[in-house]
Design a protein around this ligand. Structure first.
Ligand code: KIV
Length: 290
């Protein structure tokens, strides 16, 4: 897609009003972001899921602010005309409003992000949303399955599965909106719960594993292209087999290198003029006879 115009929060509000779905994917590196922008993805989340996908951690807890900034910068270079959301990692916003504002500012100032996302709707999370919004930045709230609360949830499990828990999520979304959240992401809840949250918020509400009744859908890119295979959440649909393609290419390359089929000099090596080659052969003879 040549000449894409970067969308803003105004576009996302209009899309919600017009019932136009927002296409949202995670991205962590320059190349992937480039392809996402070419495909016309509306919004890229540089998620702390990069801890699992890019670094092989078994949770998102170890991810640091500095790692997030490096990946956000790479994504910004790959997708200069796409709305980018930087995900606030564990302990970048939990301690105080001041630290949260300073770290949100790093996403915007150092990495060129358009918005930050933070998990949770506890009293302190709501206070952080208000503080970051008051500092002039856009915040996306994130409720439901929130891996930074994994210890309290007893693991990364679907949320809102009882009537009372589902009602708490509706209330949480409304509290986040009242605190200034510009958008809300709902993860890992039954479809009726996702829709109930959506229907009671006036800001755009996106879902990842929250059913079809949302203003847009998010997936982790490495899941949906068939790349990350350590585990696959129930809500993922695979649109490709990138892992299989890589395996095929690496295996074929290994076979050809081992058998001498690659490289073929006439095809894969640089040319040298005939007279230079002849002079070089002569020079080599002299060199070897010394
Ligand atoms: O880190 C991430 O990619 C996320 C999504 C899974 C919602 O927070």
């Amino acid at each position: 897609m040549a000449d894409v115009k970067k969308k803003t929060i105004i576009d996302f509000r209009r899309m919600k009003k017009d019932g136009e779905k927002v296409v949202y994917l995670t991205g962590y590196d320059y190349l992937t972001a480039k392809y996402e922008e070419r495909a016309g993805v509306d919004m890229i989340l540089v998620g702390d899921s990069l801890g699992n996908v890019m670094y092989g951690y078994d949770s998102t807890y170890p991810v640091t602010m500095d790692e997030m900034i490096i990946h956000c910068k790479a994504v910004r270079r790959g997708a200069p005309n796409t709305f980018i959301v930087g995900d606030m990692p564990f302990m970048s916003y939990q301690i105080s409003d001041e630290e949260a504002v300073a770290n949100a500012g790093r996403f915007v100032k150092e990495a060129g992000c358009d918005c930050v996302k933070l998990e949770g709707a506890t009293e302190s999370c709501i206070s952080r949303v208000r503080a970051i919004t008051n500092a002039g930045m856009l915040v996306m709230g994130h409720i439901g399955l929130t891996p930074q609360f994994g210890a309290q949830m007893g693991g990364n499990k679907a949320q809102g599965k009882s009537s009372s828990a589902a009602l708490r999520l509706v209330e949480a979304a409304q509290q986040l909106e009242a605190a200034g959240a510009a958008m809300i992401l709902v993860e890992g809840v039954p479809a009726i719960v996702g829709k109930a949250v959506h229907d009671r918020c006036s800001v755009p509400v996106f879902g990842i594993g929250a059913g079809s009744g949302m203003d847009g859908q998010l997936l982790i890119f490495a899941d949906m292209v068939g790349y990350f295979d350590d585990f696959t959440p129930k809500f993922v649909k695979k649109y490709g087999n990138v892992g299989g393609e890589l395996l095929k290419s690496f295996t074929a390359y290994a076979e050809e290198v081992r058998s001498g089929q690659f490289p073929i000099d006439a095809e894969h090596s640089y040319k040298i003029k005939a007279e230079e080659a002849a002079a070089f052969e002569e020079a080599l003879k002299e060199y070897d006879n010394k």
